[in-house]
Design a protein around this ligand. Structure first.
Ligand code: MGD
Ligand code: MGD
Ligand code: SF4
Ligand code: MO
Length: 754
């Protein structure tokens, strides 16, 4: 117990020293925030944090600028005759009712949908309560950036392990050989891999072992690795099949203690027989002998791991690649073992990862329904996010007439977002929960402002499932909300949920729905929620995300189980440890972690094998002259940190990276504006010529394209950039998962006449 350090901390809203976990990315850095005169005076990494030990990046350091941003929305806003008016919360909820109730009455709840965006994965309130909106509102189909992100991984994990969020994570702290495919942690700080200071850990691996980066771009991560293997975008699955072939062919398969827990090994062997490295070398651009050597090197290194991320998901063969990354880790003896690929053990179990009813046991019955316009099949309850625009625009039974957006900016972030931009004004009702008036929310009829991160408590939920240590860290809010009577986001979600089921938003009994939700969560743990609530009623924890957090901590692996395990973890105990508690590295979890009926890992799911002919056809396709991939930058966060002055310093980041040889061929030089055209559309963008990219590949960042009329983003609008998702064709997808293929898009580039 660290009463002394607790005493040195300022209380909520007071000047002085605050500790706060950064909610912006998976690194979950512990920050030390100094407040003076009610303003953030400085933000540093907290060296005492039991997880991050002082790590910080420029984004975390700018949370003060986010909080104090003059453009941020503080009061609810409603649009009257095209003009925004600030109103009371009561009036704003009434307006939501006036707009949404008639739509539901006339067309049914099927005419309503929502788009829930990425920041909810990091939000204390939204992370725990989005499930209320999605699960209890009756909205039949919702949209999210999941289908332009990790859906292939949800799919392969569902099929292999019987858990759609059971993601094995590379144990980078203990590995000696790290093979990174399609990730750039130097920018992203790790994804589906939560580790403190990933690049520091990668440097340490290099000291004791080797790091190989497989990426069409020589990224900052690749530049710091021992080897960069430039791969043709979209061909990782072929490369991994070549490696799998080698493992069988050279009798290298090493299963160890995992052997009794595997199903489908013979099937996999038979499939891999058709994919010798010689067959895939041409298309991948990586020589056959190097492919064999990669397989051998993995087997011969005792602690080695392959890590695949968004470049292996957001592409034409994302599901096959996601599956095969795990296959290679399993066959090389690097699964469920220290230094290999392991299942994390979150100290607080996550509300987000609850099983999807009806799909508990890796059941491959997808396409339970198809979309009305395109006929896209449902996979794990979602369809490609790019379907949203056509479902709004196309008249007829089932047309979407009302949209709720929560923490999302799909106009910039999703394929053909410009089409969505065109159709949003045709909605009967649009409600947005957000902090800014941006490219998406400008179309809303009502904006319900979210508090700034620093006005909320924090403890991660989903991200703990990707963390290389089992950690828990509670942060109290730094500031009081300006308006103490304002609802927190979880309350907003509950009101909107109630509204969808027929109660006026302003009349919803928030506590009753919250109690029902709590009881359900308790029930999943075999506990009686009503009884627990009686005990809570004499404490501070009378509802909301803190009560849920207490439940998930107490019934987690280190919890006190409400007295059954005396001395175990509770929220109260955690609050007494402002630097967090670190319960240490990952531990083996197979077979307990498996959700398959026979408790086996399915090595060769038929649903994925059925996609192999599509990959085989790819091998015969004529090479594209130029293909586009995406990139991230350390100082951006998808589309939404471009309004933060300190993060926007320096040169223009929204450029098209192009290899020197291609630039010569096209007669263009750095700074020239070119027109990039794909099957989806065209954009004009300045070129940045470089040697650090595979010839034939060009790269663009996403999240740009600001400067739209009616937005209030003064800093972003000064450096708008262009929206690369104009170039992402809505029908270019990974077919098994429906995930958008935002990488490997065929494009042409022409110098723009001046
Ligand atoms: N071409 C291309 N496109 C991509 C990608 C790519 O690699 N290439 N990546 C895709 C990926 S992985 C993702 S996750 C998506 C992201 O797509 P989205 O999830 O739509 O995320 P953003 O565009 O960042 O928009 C986030 C919104 O949330 C708001 N916001 C921030 N914090 C909060 C909060 O606490 N509460 C509320 N209510 N609102 C908040 C911001 O103001 C902003 O409007 O983009 C995808 N798009
Ligand atoms: N600073 C910052 N951090 C972020 C974000 C941000 O916008 N900014 N976004 C957050 C989000 S929502 C996410 S999902 C994560 C993503 O985190 P990461 O997965 O690390 O994403 P990127 O940094 O975009 O790196 C993807 C890499 O894949 C490569 N690539 C493209 N196509 C292929 C391919 O076909 N094969 C292979 N092998 N590689 C390919 C690209 O060149 C790029 O270098 O980052 C998160 N962290
Ligand atoms: S790396 Fe940066 S954005 Fe991510 S948690 Fe740490 S400070 Fe925040
Ligand atoms: Mo993402």
């Amino acid at each position: 117990m660290t009463t002394e350090s607790l005493n040195l901390l300022a209380g909520v809203g007071e000047d002085g020293r605050h500790l706060y976990t950064c909610p912006l990315c998976e690194a979950m850095c512990g920050l030390e925030i100094q407040v003076a005169d009610g303003q953030v005076a400085s933000i540093r990494g907290n060296r005492e944090d039991t997880w991050s030990r002082g790590h910080i990046c420029p984004k975390g350091a700018s949370l003060g600028a986010v909080h104090h941003d003059p453009d941020r929305i503080h009061r609810p806003m409603i649009k009257v005759d095209g003009e925004w008016q600030e109103v009371s919360w009561e009036a704003a909820f009434k307006r939501c009712t006036e707009l949404l109730a008639p739509v539901i009455e006339k067309y049914g709840i099927g005419a309503v949908t929502c788009y829930t965006g990425n920041p909810l994965a990091h939000s204390f309130s939204l992370g725990r309560y989005t499930g209320v909106l999605l699960g209890m509102s009756g909205i039949p189909l919702s949209y999210s950036p999941g289908t332009v992100d990790q859906w292939p991984k949800n799919l392969s994990s569902h099929l292999m392990y019987g858990g759609w969020w059971s993601f094995p994570v590379p144990d980078i702290e203990r590995t000696d050989l790290l093979m990174v495919m399609g990730a750039n942690p130097a920018a992203s700080q790790g994804s589906l891999l939560a580790a403190p200071d990933v690049m520091g850990i990668i440097d340490a691996i290099r000291k004791r072992g080797r790091v190989i980066v497989i990426d069409p771009v020589r990224t900052a991560t690749a530049a710091r690795a021992d080897e960069w293997l430039p791969i043709t975008p979209g061909t990782d699955a072929a490369l991994l099949l070549g490696m799998t072939h080698t493992l069988f062919d050279e009798d290298l398969v090493t299963l160890g203690e995992l052997a009794p827990h595997l199903d489908g090994l013979d099937r996999l062997r038979a499939v891999a027989a058709d994919w010798p490295p010689e067959r895939v070398a041409g298309v991948t651009g990586i020589d056959a002998e190097r492919i064999r050597a990669l397989a051998r090197e993995l087997v011969r290194t005792e602690r080695a791991v392959v890590y695949g991320r968004i470049g292996t998901c957001n592409q034409e063969f994302g599901s096959l690649a996601s599956w095969l990354v795990d296959v290679v880790n399993i066959l090389t003896g690097h699964f469920d073992k220290p230094g290999g690929s392991m299942f994390p053990r979150p100290a607080a179990w996550s509300v987000t990862v609850q099983p999807i009813p009806g799909l508990e046991d890796g059941a491959p019955e997808f396409g339970r329904f198809r979309t009305r316009v395109r006929g896209a099949k449902e996979v794990l309850g979602q369809v490609p996010v790019s379907c949203l625009a056509e479902e709004i625009a196309t008249p007829g039974e089932g047309q979407i007439r009302a949209l709720i957006t929560v923490a999302g900016n799909p106009v910039l972030s999703t394929p053909a977002g410009h089409t969505l931009d065109e159709v949003l004004p045709s909605l009967d009702a649009m409600i947005s929960v957000d902090l800014w008036l941006n490219e998406t929310t400008r179309h809303a009829d009502v904006i319900l402002p979210a508090p700034s991160p620093l006005e909320q408590p924090h403890h991660d939920d989903l991200i703990l499932n990707f963390a290389v240590n089992s950690i828990a860290n509670y942060s109290a809010p730094v500031f009081e909300p300006e308006d103490r009577n304002r609802p927190q986001e979880w309350e907003i979600l509950i009101r909107l949920t109630g509204l969808c089921t027929g109660t006026p938003a302003e009349d919803v009994d928030v506590a009753a729905i919250d109690d029902g939700f709590f009881d359900y969560m308790a029930f999943t743990q075999g506990l009686d929620g009503a009884e627990l609530r009686r005990n809570y009623s004499s404490t501070d924890l009378t509802g909301g995300p803190e009560r849920i957090l207490d439940l998930t901590l107490r019934t987690g692996p280190f919890g006190d189980r409400y007295g059954e395990n005396p001395g175990g973890l509770t929220l109260e105990k955690l609050k007494a440890e402002p630097n967090g508690i670190n319960f240490g590295p990952m531990v083996p979890r197979v077979p307990d972690v498996l959700g398959t009926a026979d408790k086996k890992i399915r090595l060769a799911p038929q649903y994925l094998l059925d996609d192999l002919p599509r990959l085989a056809a790819r091998l015969d396709r004529a090479p594209d002259e130029l293909v586009l991939v995406s990139r991230r930058h350390l100082r951006s966060n998808n589309s939404w940190l471009h309004n933060v002055g300190p993060l926007m310093k320096g040169r223009d980041r929204c450029t098209l990276l192009m290899h020197t040889d291609d630039a010569t061929k096209h007669g263009v030089a750095t700074g020239d504006v070119v027109t990039v055209t794909s099957a989806g559309g065209h954009i004009d963008v300045p070129v940045e010529v470089t040697g650090a990219i595979k010839p034939g590949v060009v790269s663009m960042p996403h999240g740009w394209g600001h400067g739209k009329p009616g937005t209030r983003m003064s800093v972003a609008n000064d450096s708008p950039g262009v929206n690369t998702n104009v170039l992402s064709p809505p029908n270019f997808i990974d077919e098994p998962s429906g995930n958008g293929a935002l990488n490997g898009i065929p494009v042409t580039v022409t110098a723009k006449a001046t």
